[in-house]
Design a protein around this ligand. Structure first.
Ligand SMILES: Cc1cc2nc3c(=O)[nH]c(=O)nc-3n(C[C@H](O)[C@H](O)[C@H](O)COP(=O)(O)OP(=O)(O)OC[C@H]3O[C@@H](n4cnc5c(N)ncnc54)[C@H](O)[C@@H]3O)c2cc1C
Length: 334
């Protein structure tokens, strides 16, 4: 290759945007395709009328020194802040235990802000579902959407989606698809509730025991425009799996019932109640390889399913992918 190559990234979640941001400026063109109307993936926001919720990831923790540096930079830019909410364990209204030791962070004013910030300087094409990759004889890949429309040709392709989407996009590359298709993902039903008057629960969030719910959290955005008291509920993986094909109304009813039992509050009518099913919420058995890249085909894959089922895992996988792509490009150009 005697010119700067072009790179297509499929998926504008944290992994894809981290990779894209790291390599932009070092290659001729990096275009990121996202099937949704906005970037974020599993840290995107949910809107219900006048209300807004973080319905996926609620907060993140930091272990890796590289991720600490990134989070420090985000903190300086005012994109994230430490979250010192009071988190307890709940058993049918009884507060069992409190976890004050773990340092947690949240996006400001919402989790999605982290990706919005990364996306600001990227060539991002939204509402575009990349459905087919075609290898070109002269090298590189041609991309098509689900209607067969041509989306462009690129020297290198990075798939930064959840594992099941990776395996369907690159069946012709068993070194990637075989690993991706063996990753199992949990299902998670999220419930988003708004109440006109505060519920006056003393804690900010709780891990719920012996319940269809596993997590409840007051949704308090900085500069919040949400009126009233807003709560996000996550059902347990087992319960969510069992109700994966159920009607939304049925799920909402069951999650509300579980919420009143868990909090031991008298039932009241929410002013807004919505549910969302994350069919592929968290990877159960990540492959433990940071990222994957097949040099002979100029194609790679990254995401939390490679590393660890959390925000930190997605960011570190995106960085690892960027590193591999740059090494490959430098090698092919030398
Ligand atoms: C309910 C829930 C709770 C969570 N709680 C936490 C938490 O508290 N703390 C924490 O650290 N992590 C949490 N996580 C995990 C965290 O959100 C993820 O690990 C992380 O966001 C994954 O990022 P990613 O970039 O790997 O994938 P994703 O965010 O899934 O991004 C992939 C992107 O690819 C897009 N895409 C897929 N297919 C195509 C296609 N064919 N063409 C174009 N675009 C495509 C998708 O729309 C998506 O935007 C939670 C996740 C869920 C669902």
């Amino acid at each position: 290759m005697n010119r700067q190559p072009s790179v297509a990234i499929i998926g504008a979640g944290l992994a894809g945007l981290t990779c894209g941001t790291a390599i932009k400026g070092l290659v001729e063109r990096v275009r990121i395709f996202e099937k949704s109307i906005f970037p974020g993936g599993r840290i995107s926001r949910f809107r219900a009328g006048e209300f807004e919720f973080n319905h996926g990831a609620q907060y993140f923790t930091v272990n890796n020194p590289l991720f600490w540096n990134i989070v420090s930079a985000w903190q300086s830019e005012g994109i994230v802040r430490p979250w010192d909410g009071w988190i307890v364990e709940l058993h049918k209204g009884q507060v069992m235990n409190s976890d004050m030791a773990t340092q947690r962070f949240v996006g400001v004013p919402r989790m999605q802000k982290v990706v919005e910030n990364l996306a600001r300087h990227c060539d991002l094409v939204t509402s575009t579902d990349v459905a087919e990759l075609e290898r070109q004889d002269e090298g590189g890949w041609r991309l098509f959407n689900e209607r067969g429309d041509y989306l462009g040709a690129f020297d290198v392709v990075i798939i930064a989606t959840a594992a099941h989407q990776v395996s369907s996009l690159c069946r012709a590359i068993p070194a990637i698809s075989k690993l991706a298709e063996n990753v199992d993902m949990t299902v998670c039903w999220s419930g988003m509730l708004a109440f006109e008057r505060p519920l006056n629960l003393p804690y900010d969030a709780a891990h719920v025991l012996d319940s269809p719910l596993s997590w409840i959290s007051r949704y308090q955005m900085v500069e919040s425009t949400n009126p009233g008291d807003c709560w996000v509920l996550h059902a347990s993986p087992e319960w969510s799996q069992q109700y994966a094909a159920s009607f939304r109304g049925r799920v909402m009813h069951a999650m509300l019932e579980a919420f009143w039992t868990a909090t031991d509050l008298a039932e009241r009518k929410p002013s807004s109640a919505s549910v969302h099913c994350w069919k592929h919420a968290l990877p159960i058995n990540p492959i433990d390889q940071d990222s994957l890249f097949v040099e002979s085909e100029a194609i790679g894959a990254c995401g939390d399913w490679c590393t660890a089922p959390r925000i930190e895992g997605a960011v570190l996988s995106g960085f690892s992918m960027a590193d591999r792509v740059m090494k490959f490009i430098n090698k092919s150009m030398s």
